[in-house]
Design a protein around this ligand. Structure first.
Ligand code: TYD
Length: 148
């Protein structure tokens, strides 16, 4: 799976709804940074990068958009249109997002402070990194099997 969809607990009634995201309450990491994105034209493609270490939970607090996720082997598209869900993306996943509704607002909760050196912005470089990573993993598994 290239991502997890987190279902948040929704509090509230006919007067309105409320979601709380806080440390030590089932959130997958300690939140260091929050930013939000809006006013993106429908056909713009944002993202086009992966992160070496950073993890994110992305909440579409209003409207909708599509996330395209890629681990170097497979690609999956997930539509975000529900403020009670969070798209949890770990590191080493290429992401692009597009098809923004005019009222789309994305809130991003991040596990790290902003660091441009954590970005991989070149797709070919991303593929090379994922190949290197899988080669390393399989050699470690082989070593472990040999020692068992
Ligand atoms: P970027 O992460 O590339 O945007 P997106 O993935 O949403 O398309 O960021 C766009 C620009 O904003 C880029 O020049 C870096 C800058 N930026 C910061 O300065 N701080 C931040 O926390 C973020 C997320 C971006």
């Amino acid at each position: 799976m290239l991502y997890n969809l987190l279902d948040f607990t929704v509090r509230g009634d006919h007067q309105g709804k409320l979601v709380v995201l806080e440390k030590n309450s089932g959130f997958p990491f300690d939140i260091k940074r929050v930013y939000y994105i809006w006013g993106t034209d429908k056909n713009v493609i944002r993202g086009k990068h992966a992160h070496k270490k950073l993890e994110q939970v992305i909440v579409c607090t209003s409207g909708s958009c599509d996330f395209i996720l890629d681990d170097g082997n497979t690609r999956e598209t997930v539509r975000l249109d529900n403020p009670s869900q969070g798209l949890y993306i770990k590191h080493n996943i290429w992401r692009e997002f597009t098809n923004f509704s005019s009222d789309c607002v994305l809130m991003v909760l991040a596990s790290e402070y902003y660091d441009e050196s954590d970005y991989i912005r070149d797709y070919q470089m991303f593929l090379n990194e994922t190949k290197k990573h899988s080669a390393l993993m399989s050699s470690q598994i082989k070593k472990r099997e040999k020692n068992d």
